[in-house]
Design a binder for this molecule. Sequence first.
Ligand code: HEM
Ligand SMILES: *[C@@H]1O[C@H](CO)[C@@H](O)[C@H](O)[C@H]1NC(C)=O
Ligand SMILES: *[C@@H]1O[C@H](CO)[C@@H](O)[C@H](O)[C@H]1NC(C)=O
Ligand SMILES: *[C@@H]1O[C@H](CO)[C@@H](O)[C@H](O)[C@H]1NC(C)=O
Ligand SMILES: *[C@@H]1O[C@H](CO)[C@@H](O)[C@H](O)[C@H]1NC(C)=O
Ligand SMILES: *[C@@H]1O[C@H](CO)[C@@H](O)[C@H](O)[C@H]1NC(C)=O
Length: 326
Amino acid sequence: MVRPSVLVLAVVAAVACGLAQPGAADLKTNYYASTCPNVEAIVRGAVQQRKQATIRTIGSTIRLFFHDCFVEGCDGSVLIDSTPGNQAEKDASDNKSLASEGFDTVRSAKAAVEAACPGTVSCADVLALATRDAIALSGGPFFPIELGRLDGLSSSASSVPGQLPEPNQTMDQLLAVFTAHGLNISDLVALSAAHSVGLAHCSKFSNRLYNYQPGQPTDPTLNPKYARFLETKCPNGGSDSLVLMDQATPAQLDNQYYRNLQDGGGLLGSDELLYTDNRTRPMVDTLANSTSAFYKAFADAIVRLGRVGVKSGSQGNIRKQCNVFN
Ligand code: HEM
Ligand SMILES: *[C@@H]1O[C@H](CO)[C@@H](O)[C@H](O)[C@H]1NC(C)=O
Ligand SMILES: *[C@@H]1O[C@H](CO)[C@@H](O)[C@H](O)[C@H]1NC(C)=O
Ligand SMILES: *[C@@H]1O[C@H](CO)[C@@H](O)[C@H](O)[C@H]1NC(C)=O
Ligand SMILES: *[C@@H]1O[C@H](CO)[C@@H](O)[C@H](O)[C@H]1NC(C)=O
Ligand SMILES: *[C@@H]1O[C@H](CO)[C@@H](O)[C@H](O)[C@H]1NC(C)=O
């Protein structure tokens, strides 16, 4: 009778420690406590400085972390530059959309960290820390972030297709992409609030304004007033401009995002879908109403995002420069 209960305890302990998620067990919040005790303050200072230089720091850094984690895991592989022999992750076909300011943030934070603790802190962790700070510096929650990721040893454009969600996907497709990375429907709804900051190109949503469906030029889930406004920003056949994703509070990472959805004001099809689909609408309504519920949901989901595909042991190393392999 001893064996079954020991087994049950072991399973419960494993799940509680996050062992069920590959790699997660290697992460801890105080990972660099003895090897680089000031790493958190150093990164925060660098992000603050970059934010003063340009507000685009915020959105572009957070998005970079998401793309890093969803393609080959949170391993800094999105930071690698292409070389004549290798087309890197960041140069996959849709290469104009990862803004340079995110890469600038990591470069600047990594340089400051290297000056204090050479060869100690991975680029993947610098990006995770910078993202945590970008969130807090734009009015979002501040929360402990787990560290201990290694940098990946490869970065290939060919590993990108299918890994990232697309703005015109159905809810089933979006969920499939998230669950393939160990995240669930709650994470999808919470993490999408990152679209409360930053910008998107007209080409990512103008299908909702023009030629949406035969006999229906405009996406009916789009608030008509907002649609007319977006048409002025994105003239049909005009240049591919950048548009603020949250017109109401563009620089605040807040739950205004969900109130926009309730008003037909989601910019991307995948945003508005969170409100029109009855599986996610109740979560949107809850998060729209409560800043504390939003803070908790968003912070928890970012922590879970940071566990996706983490590398350890011989799977990685600590890069000296984030854009080139050692
Ligand atoms: C749910 C599925 C998602 C889809 C379909 C999606 C798609 C997109 C698209 C198309 C853009 C505009 C890119 C451009 O035109 O330059 C964008 C921007 C952005 N995304 Fe997402 N995204 C999703 C989820 C996420 C998640 C989970 C995060 C982070 C936690 C995130 C963070 C961002 C940020 C911060 C921006 C603004 C970037 C900037 O200002 O440079 N997105 N996303
Ligand atoms: C972006 O991708 C296209 C097509 O893959 C390529 O021709 C172009 O050189 C890339 N641009 C940059 C800046 O890497
Ligand atoms: C989304 O858009 C792309 C290109 O615009 C298209 O190839 C794809 O079929 C679309 N997917 C859906 C689900 O509509
Ligand atoms: C999603 O996963 C989180 C963390 O495991 C959990 O707390 C939450 O209840 C899950 N959501 C759903 C709808 O199952
Ligand atoms: C959502 O709506 C569909 C179709 O109307 C229905 O079959 C389903 O049970 C609903 N699901 C929820 C969670 O309400
Ligand atoms: C949100 O708040 C409004 C107004 O206080 C209330 O009527 C509604 O029931 C709340 N919805 C949820 C899901 O908490």
